[in-house]
Design a protein around this ligand. Sequence first.
Ligand code: NAD
Length: 309
Amino acid sequence: MANVLVTGGAGFVGSHVAEACLEAGDSVWVVDNLASGLVKDIPSGAAFCEGDIADAEFMRRLVAEARPAVIHHLAAQSSVTHSLAEPSLDARANVMGTLSVLEAARSMDAPPRIVYAATGGACYGDPEEEIVDESCPLAPASHYGMSKVAGERYLAFYGEHFGLSVVSLRLANVYGPRQRATLDAGVISIFAEKLMRGEALTLYGHGRAGRDYVYVKDVVEAFLTAGKGGADGGAYNIGTGVITEVEALLDILSRRMGKNPVSVERAPLRAGEVFRIGLDANAFQKKTGWRHSFSLEEGIAAFVESLEN
Ligand SMILES: NC(=O)c1ccc[n+]([C@@H]2O[C@H](COP(=O)([O-])OP(=O)(O)OC[C@H]3O[C@@H](n4cnc5c(N)ncnc54)[C@H](O)[C@@H]3O)[C@@H](O)[C@H]2O)c1
């Protein structure tokens, strides 16, 4: 049992990480400014502090009080389209926010380990290879991608220069229960909501446009593994290594939900979006033994079941 602080614990992935830490017997603190997160998604049993992670003094006081052994740092402005519209807001939450989390950790006599939610889908740009490992050059194609890469670099710097115990997890496209259909990252939630309501669907990206979809429970397992000390200092892809095209995704989902779309419109990819990418997660697997356990079909089945309950 340990004290754990989850930043962004009212959000989609953060709320699952907080829940899993509670289940593991940890004492969990959640910090979130509710910019996109919801109080109802914070697992009961976690101590909730509402506030902005970019407020350095607030973070320093919070970390001094919570005395976490681990900080799972997931708070972020997480929408690519939002980042293009409001780049300074994005940089504030994702760059200044990460910096103040790191500074708060560094101010402790026994600094916590920090596990950072980096992006695998938005840090490599449009790579030449379809499935990329961590040696692929970083070439973010959006303000969001740039701010997340900056956060990752700050993290590595604090590891190298100040001896903090840090690890970055470059997540593929995460999906699962509690992902909000209002946020542009959650294509599976968006499709599910539109299928349920009988509304028209838009598929962004033509032809071979595709992504690597990883189920949230597998991502949570990666955070817990990394929090225990597996893999230090580096940045690791967390994905399935399988690319699924958007048409195939819709097909799996609509079959599982037993609902056909009323109409499907096709549109070009939105600005800042990557055409086709999958993540090779072998490095993290070799270091820690972690491997994704849900295929897309299994993850979608679990997600649809959660909608029915
Ligand atoms: N969901 C994905 O597919 C995916 C993929 C790659 C990386 N990530 C990263 O994983 C993390 C979690 O993503 P998510 O999908 O759960 O996003 P989310 O938007 O659901 O969660 C982010 C949370 O951070 C909070 N937040 C934002 N700015 C804040 C601030 N300044 N201070 C305090 N709280 C703040 C929001 O209110 C929200 O609850 C993010 O860092 C994101 O960049 C997610």
